[in-house]
Design a protein around this ligand. Sequence first.
Ligand SMILES: NC(=O)c1ccc[n+]([C@@H]2O[C@H](COP(=O)([O-])OP(=O)(O)OC[C@H]3O[C@@H](n4cnc5c(N)ncnc54)[C@H](O)[C@@H]3O)[C@@H](O)[C@H]2O)c1
Length: 370
Amino acid sequence: MAEGGNRVVIITGVHGLVGSETAKFFGAKGFLVVGIDNDMRSYFFGAAASTAKNFAVLHDALGENYIYHNADIRDAAAINKIFAEYGSNIALVAHFAAQPSHDWAAREPFTDFGVNANGTLVMLEATRQFAPDAVFIFMSTNKVYGDTPNSLPLVEQAERWELEPSHPFSAHGIDESMSIDHSKHSIFGVSKLAADVMVQEYGRYFGIRTGVFRGGCLTGPAHSGAELHGFLSYLVLCAVAGKPYTVFGYKGKQVRDNIHSHDLVAAFWEFYSAPRAGEVYNMGGSRFANVSMLEAIRLIQEIAGDKMSYTNYAAARIGVHIWYVSDVRKFQAHYPAWKYEYDIKRTLAEMIKAAEGGAGGGGVLAVAKK
Ligand SMILES: NC(=O)c1ccc[n+]([C@@H]2O[C@H](COP(=O)([O-])OP(=O)(O)OC[C@H]3O[C@@H](n4cnc5c(N)ncnc54)[C@H](O)[C@@H]3O)[C@@H](O)[C@H]2O)c1
């Protein structure tokens, strides 16, 4: 309990996957967790994806160490009021509230940009005005690179696309030197990129200790999976409930690296403990934990038995990556104590167990061939 003292951690998107795991972690260390979330996820993806249930989870886990505000990050007056209350006691601002889906963003670009870009600016300004000594962590995305990863030389294998072995990114994945310019990002990619660069700028220009984490797929049992967001989570939900799963394009051979929220939060702790200003890190499962959709389906079959009813093939979604594996060596070089604990099998086994606890059901697995 000693590490937190009377120090405050402000977490936006506190009821989401990353927010709730971060809240549990810092709450357990004795920090007062002040959480902000307006359950906008249910507006984006429907009632089934609501994160409101995590209020009870955090309240039970943290008791009086958890204070919740049902506030919108776009509402500067409401956010400033929260910051004014805690002022210089704020040790960390962990900003995770977002519209997180490519596909949804095109439906309402103003809403997407309002939440992702303007909402981030509201959080940065509140930090600068009320808690300039706080550390600021922002969860960005690998979509800031747009579809540039799709121009890498890929080779088709039986179950996955792979990078040409002679390519410099082949051994460790894509590093931060990839261009964020001259590519198709999707509306979501642009709103996140605007926020990403602004967070860096508050570090470089104002000297605030800001860290940008460009995530691959983030996952774990706390994820409220939806068809258009949360690949492994939604796949596991389909498998356990016996619902058909739809693969969008690339023959199911598209590769994603997946980092478990536990390993991600451990990285946040390292950054918080020795912060830098205006840093940006690619953060994902890297070569340690990556998987294609076909491989993930096979692994789920191996772990859970015949659970997945079938898989349809639909057209590829605009701008999605065919192969993306994060090179995390920059973060590892800055924070050598950080280690992965969850590979894909361990993550999947935990997610299946969690989903079986809640969802029940099952089905006959017969993956439809193209
Ligand atoms: N999950 C992934 O695979 C992934 C990958 C890369 C980056 N990211 C980024 O990580 C961050 C966290 O992702 P997550 O998976 O935990 O998302 P999530 O959808 O599970 O959680 C986000 C939370 O923010 C809340 N929220 C949304 N708009 C809000 C607003 N205007 N005001 C207050 N609260 C609001 C939602 O209700 C939700 O509870 C996001 O910035 C996302 O873009 C996620």
